[in-house]
Design a protein around this ligand. Structure first.
Ligand code: UD1
Length: 337
């Protein structure tokens, strides 16, 4: 297939581009590089030993989008978007313009150039407050943040579009908590500023950029009192996209599939696994709960197996070992390269 990847220089985009190239697909990527580095693309080319065309392009540039899509693509994998939950609450219009406006532009450009296959980067955040896990795809959808709202709305646009025009095939992949890095240590997560998410914070602490990890809440109704999440290796996640693309013609319009491991791990378990990978204890302290956090959430994975023939394969130790290799080799991310 000839596949266009939006947000190709980002964390999940770069890992997915690599898996697509390794599987023999032709990949063209674009990114506005607002929160990512073109070095990720250079490294994907180096690892895959295959050519990959890349353009600096923004989803809000409708003319550029139509020009690129007019080349003819079999499918689009759409990652481009803003993803900081806290920032989204402070700057909602920027999130709505980029994530929702940008996705409408993309779908319009696809429509006008005859491309009707899309894999969209959704999130388990659209399940809102979850009281019982595993959570399956039929769980009520709601959002507690502006970021979550934008994911929910793009899902709804996709449902509406495929209802109106049945030739669309759209996979909404709802990610749980992506962590880890490619085993080469050459590509990985490179958050700008202070990380919001647990794993990059743990790894930046391990490398000496932060003093200690603050564990948000130790009084949750979970086995050790700390939050429980379904951490999934980013390479497993990338392979989930490959599986979705290769099965997309079996989709009926728009369908949503969870991408998780089906296993919950606590924040303390993660810190322990990371300490083992790093070879020394990672300092932490308990802090108050973070507003908007659920106690526990993990995925029901049966549909992913049935629909995509895909299941995650890497465990927590492997996620930590690979994430650590990336962090250790690139303590300041791509910029220092
Ligand atoms: C967060 C987002 C979610 C997004 C996902 C992307 C929120 C409320 N949710 O999920 O919308 O799709 O990232 O990966 O931001 N924790 C600490 N200390 C830290 C950071 C986190 O204890 O410094 C805890 C959290 O309280 C939580 C767990 O670690 O229990 C995971 O947190 P995080 O990595 O931020 O992911 P989510 O909140 O699950």
């Amino acid at each position: 297939m000839k596949v266009l990847v939006t947000g190709a220089a980002g964390y999940i985009g770069s890992h997915t581009a690599l898996e697509l190239l390794a599987a023999g697909h032709e990949v063209v990527g674009f990114d506005n590089l607002s929160n990512s580095s073109e070095r990720a693309i250079e490294r994907v080319r180096r690892l895959s030993k295959r050519p990959m065309r890349f353009e600096k392009l923004d989803l809000l540039d409708m003319t550029g989008l139509v020009r690129l899509l007019a080349e003819g693509f079999d499918a689009v994998v759409h990652f481009a978007g803003l993803k900081a939950v806290g920032e989204s609450v402070e700057k909602p219009l920027i999130y709505w313009r980029n994530n929702v406006g940008g996705s409408v532009n993309l779908l319009s450009a696809m429509r006008s150039t005859g491309c009707r296959r899309l894999v969209f980067s959704s999130s388990c955040t659209i399940y809102g407050e979850v009281h019982r896990s595993p959570v399956d795809e039929n769980h009520l959808r709601s959002a507690v943040s502006c970021y979550g709202n934008t994911k929910l709305v793009v899902e709804n646009i996709c449902f509406d579009l495929a209802r109106a025009e049945p030739e669309w095939k759209i996979a909404l992949l709802r990610y749980f908590n992506p962590v880890g890095a490619h085993e080469s240590g050459l590509i990985g997560e490179d958050p700008k500023g202070v990380p919001n998410n647990l794993m990059p914070f743990i790894m930046q602490t391990a490398v000496g950029l932060r003093d200690k990890v603050r564990v948000f809440g130790n009084d949750y109704p979970t086995p050790d009192g700390t939050g429980v999440r379904d951490f999934i290796h980013v390479v497993d996640l990338a392979r989930g996209h490959l599986a979705a693309l290769e099965r997309i013609d079996s989709f009926t319009g728009t369908e949503a599939v969870n991408l998780g491991t089906g296993r919950g791990s606590s924040v303390l378990e993660m810190i322990r696994a990371a300490s083992k990978a790093v070879g020394r204890p990672i300092p932490y302290e308990f802090a108050p709960r973070r507003p908007g956090d659920s106690a526990a959430i993990w995925a029901e994975t049966a549909l992913a197996k049935k629909k995509l023939g895909w299941a995650a394969s890497y465990d927590l130790d492997r996620m930590c070992a690979d994430h650590w290799r990336w962090q250790k080799n690139n303590p300041a991310g791509y910029d220092a390269a």
